[in-house]
Design a protein around this ligand. Structure first.
Ligand code: GLU
Length: 427
């Protein structure tokens, strides 16, 4: 890739995950309708990127500064939408890539949103609850010119949750002088949150895995599943797989890799993690080296942690039949090729983990209409959207002999660029 395509604020050295997003766009560009080619460049440039200083007073009285970001990658199809991540390694490049994936994801499930993402470069484990609130409120205030229920709607992502969304909603509302529930999704139920939102990403992971299993004639009942990441996405995916008769044979989080070929008790494991802050010492399982996770014999592997976890170093060890990407960007383009050569089906992030933003969309609609749906209704609508999106991607992949990722990108990019082209250039 030529550096001419890079924005001046990213050098070849710090391009990070944005590079992966660009490669994915490059791969599908020739597959797009010719009339859209003049607009592809839009996807190579985020619409706007904001870097903010987030100073807080620590409990010991010392003022400390953190770096925060909010990126609107594309808003051709509607307001920006995407989560906020708190992590010590967050970079602008990462947030740009995550915003880009949101653009594609929202188009793949056809919710009327563009793609956005935010993050603060902070290790939330080092913050007290009041310091965490301080970071959240100051960050929200700093990005307030970019967010709003019709402009850009943040949501939870890694290390952020319903409480963080409540603080964001409150901070934004104070600035507006009125309560604006629709400015964020993933809120607590008492503030206009939606039933089904906490499990939505995991549920979507399961639905797309089940659809893939149907196509591949692979039973879920008795299937072995390995899950990397035991936060919101990993835990819910594992729990829902287990409820449908699958055996969760391995779970990995930052603290440990636990293994039990007979199947782990997911509820007990989560309880242990919540009580002890670690998986180390959990009963009823074996502890294995973290690198051994990738070669665990299983039918489904669910990466539900950080980007680039499946890469050229470990892709050759994976023996799963299907990789279902609960995380954003967990597989590098090199690893994609290795997995394809080995006959492993990859259900890509922009489809597999889109359940979260789909129910975020339901939450936003419910907030606007101040009319709330039942959990059954939400889950049924989620199922329908996810399985229809899966069906369209599978058919296109078969017809054009593409990977599911490439097919998802063709569908997503086409929807975005059609909207872009028909809107035309301003002024
Ligand atoms: N953070 C989630 C994602 O990566 C959800 C975003 C949202 O609900 O807006 O898809």
């Amino acid at each position: 890739m030529s550096t001419a395509q890079l924005p001046s604020y990213l050098s070849k050295e710090n391009i990070g995950p944005w590079h992966i997003f660009l490669q994915q766009v490059e791969q599908v560009a020739p597959q797009l309708d010719r009339t859209l080619w003049p607009w592809v460049e839009t996807l190579r440039r985020p619409k706007r990127s904001l870097i903010v200083d987030v100073p807080i007073r620590r409990d010991n009285g010392v003022v400390e500064h953190f770096e925060g970001y909010r990126v609107h990658h594309n808003t051709s199809r509607g307001p920006g939408k995407g989560g906020v991540r708190f992590h010590q390694d967050v970079t602008l490049s990462e947030v740009m890539a995550l915003a880009g994936w949101m653009t594609i994801k929202n188009a793949v499930v056809n919710v009327p949103f563009g793609g956005a993402k935010g993050g603060v470069r902070v290790d939330p484990r080092q913050l007290s609850p009041s310091e965490l609130e301080g970071v959240t409120r100051r960050y929200t205030s700093e990005i307030s010119s970019m967010i709003g229920p019709n402009q850009d709607i943040p949501a939870p992502d890694m290390n952020t949750n319903a409480q963080v969304m409540a603080w964001m909603m409150d901070t934004y509302s104070m600035g507006e002088g009125r309560t604006v529930t629709g400015v964020v999704t993933g809120k607590p139920l008492s503030l206009g949150g939606s039933l089904g939102r906490p499990d939505a990403t995991g549920r979507g992971v399961f639905v797309t895995a089940r659809e893939a299993a149907r196509k591949l004639d692979l039973p879920i009942e008795g299937a072995r599943v390995a899950v990397q990441g035991f936060g919101n996405v990993g835990e819910a995916s594992a729990r829902i797989f287990a409820r449908h008769g699958a055996r969760i044979v391995a779970v990995q989080d930052v603290s440990a890799t636990v293994y039990n070929p007979a199947g782990l008790d997911i509820l007990a494991l989560k309880r242990f993690q919540l009580e002890n802050g670690t998986l180390l010492g959990a009963p009823g399982c074996e502890f294995v080296d973290s690198a051994a996770f990738w070669s665990v014999p299983c039918e489904f592997m669910v990466p539900a942690a950080l980007e680039s976890q499946i890469n050229r170093h470990n892709a050759g060890e994976i023996v799963a039949r299907v990789v279902v990407e609960g995380a954003n960007g967990p597989t590098t383009p090199e690893a994609d090729i290795i997995l394809a050569e080995r006959g492993i089906t990859v259900v890509p992030d922009v489809l597999a983990n889109a359940g979260g933003v789909t129910v975020s969309y339901f939450e936003w609609v419910q907030d606007f209409s101040s009319f709330f749906w039942s959990e059954d209704e939400i889950n049924a609508r989620l199922e329908r959207i996810m399985s229809e999106a899966f069906g369209a991607i599978w058919s296109m992949a078969e017809e054009r002999k593409l990977s599911l990722r490439a097919a998802a990108f063709v569908i997503g990019c086409s929807r975005v660029l059609e909207a872009r082209a028909i809107r035309g250039l301003y002024p």
